[in-house]
Design a protein around this ligand. Structure first.
Ligand SMILES: Cc1cc2nc3c(=O)[nH]c(=O)nc-3n(C[C@H](O)[C@H](O)[C@H](O)COP(=O)(O)OP(=O)(O)OC[C@H]3O[C@@H](n4cnc5c(N)ncnc54)[C@H](O)[C@@H]3O)c2cc1C
Length: 507
């Protein structure tokens, strides 16, 4: 079996027994929990579309290991075309779900590990790439969803991992034997963790000599002994249990369903270990992962922008203002901002390169610029959506009040729009805008794939500022300009002497 349908994916989760905590309750079968279902439905979309012939070109790829057709979410990019199709896949899924579809973190972890384990083995003679390819083959052949667990809780951020007081600040290797390693610690904010099949752990930062035991990467099934999950709260999450209408996007919810993962004496066999102490390779692993992941944001978030722009136009139309010049202007601004971010994601993909392992990776400078733009422009297009939608997105009465025989019709009249538009549809659209623009979605655009400062560090590091100084010095005449000398047919000093003489003679 190389691909699961959405339904088969949901069924596959029923076989897993986890230890998940949510609102003080322990849950072992995630599909039994109403709160989790919209997130599960969203992840299921990544499976469903890959089985739909209409989307096969974007959603599937040919495995370089088996030659089989696989879900693109398990693929190692082997061309520029793969990088571009990945971004198209992100936008498509954003358009279909209006939220985070969770599976990109695992995809980016797979790709980052493919290149880094290759480099590691080349330099150190280790077996990590072989281990990793075996794991990859398992993921591809079973079409598994992997959560990418990079971010540690990190305590006081000014301390290095080895300086932290709490054992939960950073995940670490606490023991090794001939069979494998034992790890303890935690990972935080992990998207899709409770509804994945595998967790891929990566180090969260560059590590120094004293941090070697924190330089660890491995993959383990979600139901491994010693692992607990604590599912996050989200804005308006409890509305899901009260009213589908009030929750705004009842089918797919908001952001990705994040969880803290606790590791207590978790055993990982060597064949599932991809790094164990090679601190010198953490920086390149983190950078490669972050680059691949930041590239996505002009895809997925632009897919979400497409939905919000559509919703904004719909509501303006329902209110009879769709043709007002300032509304047309604002919608056009939203579209231009979204397409700017789309251009960034496409450009970092088209400017990608082949790595020594044979796989392809994005242009890191442009990927970081993509994500940095999202941290600003996603807020800006949501601001415009608020402007167009009106204050109702945060003041509407609830579905329960709409259901009251003595009040329902009056409320409907209060919130009606232009003739011919069903007021219940107005409620649905306003709630969708509220869900997408008021709550957890925006901080996700800010911090997912790293906070803006992380992007700026990468941009500054790769800015080529010295080269830019040379351009300026050359044009200003501080450095020799051989091209100019070739154009004028003499050296610059002589040319400017002649020019000055000519100016004098003309005066
Ligand atoms: C919705 C969502 C989904 C996510 N999904 C995943 C996932 O699937 N997998 C995963 O691994 N991670 C995931 N993340 C984590 C994400 O990568 C982090 O949120 C991000 O790296 C920022 O870390 P933080 O949230 O701990 O913020 P903080 O580190 O607390 O950052 C807050 C501020 O402090 C600054 N800061 C932090 N450290 C320093 C320092 N040393 N020096 C100076 N300034 C500093 C930051 O720049 C920022 O301005 C997700 C996050 C969100 C919000």
């Amino acid at each position: 079996m190389a691909r699961m349908t959405g339904r088969e994916y949901v069924e596959s989760l029923k076989e897993l027994e986890l230890e998940v905590y949510y609102m003080g309750r322990k849950i072992t079968r995630v599909t039994d929990e109403l709160m989790f279902m919209p997130h599960i439905n969203t992840a299921a979309m990544t499976y469903e579309l890959a089985c739909d012939p209409e989307y096969a070109e974007i959603m599937t790829a040919t495995s370089h290991l088996s030659g089989e057709t696989i879900n693109r979410f398990t693929h190692i990019h082997h061309s520029i075309d793969d990088l571009v199709k990945k971004i198209r896949m992100m936008r498509l899924l954003g358009q279909k779900t209006g939220t985070c579809f969770q599976r990109c973190v695992g995809l980016d972890a797979l790709n980052a590990l493919y290149t880094t384990t290759y480099d590691l083995d080349q330099e150190r003679g280790t077996q990590y790439h072989r281990n990793f390819k075996k794991f990859l083959s398992h993921v591809q052949s079973k079409d598994l969803m992997s959560a990418g667990a990079m971010t540690d809780p990190r305590g006081d951020r000014s301390f290095r991992p080895s300086e932290q007081k709490s054992p939960y600040a950073y995940l670490k290797i606490t023991n090794r034997n001939q069979d494998g390693i034992i790890v303890n610690g935690a990972k935080a904010h992990i998207t899709g963790a409770i509804n994945s099949h595998e967790i891929i752990v990566l180090p969260t930062r560059a590590m120094g000599e004293d941090d070697r035991e924190f330089a660890v990467s491995f993959a383990t099934p979600v139901n491994t002994r010693g692992i607990k999950y604590i599912f996050s709260r989200q804005t308006n999450d409890s509305r899901r249990l009260e009213s589908p209408l009030d929750s705004g996007n009842p089918k797919y919810a908001i952001v990705g369903g994040e969880a803290v993962i606790l590791f207590k004496d978790v055993f990982i066999p060597w064949e599932r270990v991809f790094m164990a102490g090679e601190a010198e390779f953490c920086a390149s692993l983190v950078e490669t992962f972050a680059g691949n992941h930041r590239a996505n944001y002009g895809g997925c978030k632009v897919g979400l922008a497409d939905v919000v722009i559509g919703a904004s136009h719909w509501i303006a139309d329902a209110h009879g203002v769709a043709k007002a010049s300032h509304i047309v202007d604002k919608l056009t601004d939203m579209i231009a901002m979204a397409e700017t971010c789309w251009s960034c994601s496409l450009s970092c993909s088209y400017e990608g390169h082949q790595t020594p392992s044979g796989s392809y990776s994005i242009n890191p400078m442009l990927a970081n610029v993509t994500k940095l733009n999202i941290t600003k422009l996603a807020y800006e297009w949501m601001r415009v959506a608020h402007d167009i939608a009106g204050g109702k997105i945060i003041t509407l009465p609830s579905e329960k009040d709409l259901d009251m025989p003595e009040l329902g019709d009056i409320i409907r009249e209060c919130f009606s729009g232009r003739d011919g538009v069903d007021v219940d549809d107005i409620f649905k659209m306003l709630r969708l805008i509220e869900n997408m623009s008021v709550g957890a979605g925006l901080p996700e655009a800010m911090h997912g794939a790293g906070s803006p400062a992380a992007q700026k560090i990468m941009i500054a590091r790769r800015s080529g500022i010295d080269r830019k100084r040379v351009y300026a010095e050359t044009i200003a005449g501080i450095r020799p300009d051989q091209l100019f000398e070739s154009i004028v047919g003499m050296n610059e000093a002589e040319y400017w002497k002649k020019t000055r003489d000519r100016i004098k003679n003309q005066q």
